[in-house]
Design a protein around this ligand. Sequence first.
Ligand SMILES: *Cc1c(COP(=O)(O)O)cnc(C)c1O
Length: 398
Amino acid sequence: MKQERGFATLAVHAGEVPDPNTGASSPNLVMSTTYVTDPDVSFSAEDFGENTPFIYTRWGNPTIAQLEQKLASLEGAEAAIAFASGMAASTGLLLQFLLPGDHLIIADVSYAGVAEFAKDYLPARGIEVSRVDLSDPQNLQQALRPNTRLVYAETPANPILKLTDIAAVAAITHQAGARLIVDSTFATPVATRPLALGADFVVHSLTKYIGGHGDAIGGAVLGRAADLAILRKEVSIHLGGIISPFNAWLILRGLATLPIRMRAHEENALALARWLEQHPQVQRVIYPGLASHPQADLARRQMQNFSGMISFQVKGDAAALARRFAERLEVIHYAVSLGHHRSLIFYLSTRDMLRTSFMLSEAQEATYRSFAGDGIFRFSVGLEDAADLISDLEQAFA
Ligand SMILES: *Cc1c(COP(=O)(O)O)cnc(C)c1O
């Protein structure tokens, strides 16, 4: 599909071609692990290249390739690789491009799994890790070292929706000769295209908005073709954490409707954020689409869509309210994860997050608490009628 087509057209068509043998209009699900092969084709990752035919599904698969092409087209990336999960994508990327003695700068608040991996696993293997509040790019300037190889940002950050100015952080990172990774799971390419703002890699949990229906786990790394060729060989083929073709097929189908879903998520989230903001039991609402977001200017500059994630603090006993929500909510599911067509809500206590995942400095903890207080409800606003979501919350609050 020509790159100059509109975004919604690319979402529907990019990566897909009618099957040349049958004329089938929608993508085939190819579950085959192996392919009838020319005896002259080498079976070594060392010889693997762009023009290698399909040989074995850990190396490449027609359904997975269609998903990768659609993702690359929507992010404006030279190449994409799909992995078994968002965690497989992020950890594979970090393991590939960090060696003992290297320094990683990671955002002070990021997806808990990645934060925990950076806290324990990497230092145990000789990699220096600094946790930096990247919402102020000056902090990055001060944290850089001669051996800084990678900077890892997430915007909006899970779970507090703190933002990072990608263009500013990319410029500082590149001056130091390092490379920038952006986890863009909450934004999706509908809101923000980090590569166009200077990032070197984008990572996604495809499990969230991109798949969009809560029925398939997957992840992806996007970036330059030369970098991704290395990842394909070392991380996909040798470490082996590839996505199942069935999951790729489900996510490919979800991705086709991403633009229209994100518009609907945003519309519902804005309605719910405004309703929550005036609720007497609500202390504070964080949503990038509200003027009250502490970085509302950056949100308007960097996000073409404010996505469907809201965080809010309540007055009184939040843990008791969480139990009440779990018992009483009928439409909204009390559950982790996000970005599904179903609305999901979950309470995250600040004390638990600091103990298990983030381990912040005093200044960073103060910033975290300025967003989250003692704890926040993370609310992934789905595609139901906004009026039903409001009445569901209303009866559960009461
Ligand atoms: C869920 C999530 C991940 C991890 O993805 P999985 O598919 O669950 O492995 C990474 N980053 C963000 C921002 C997420 O929300």
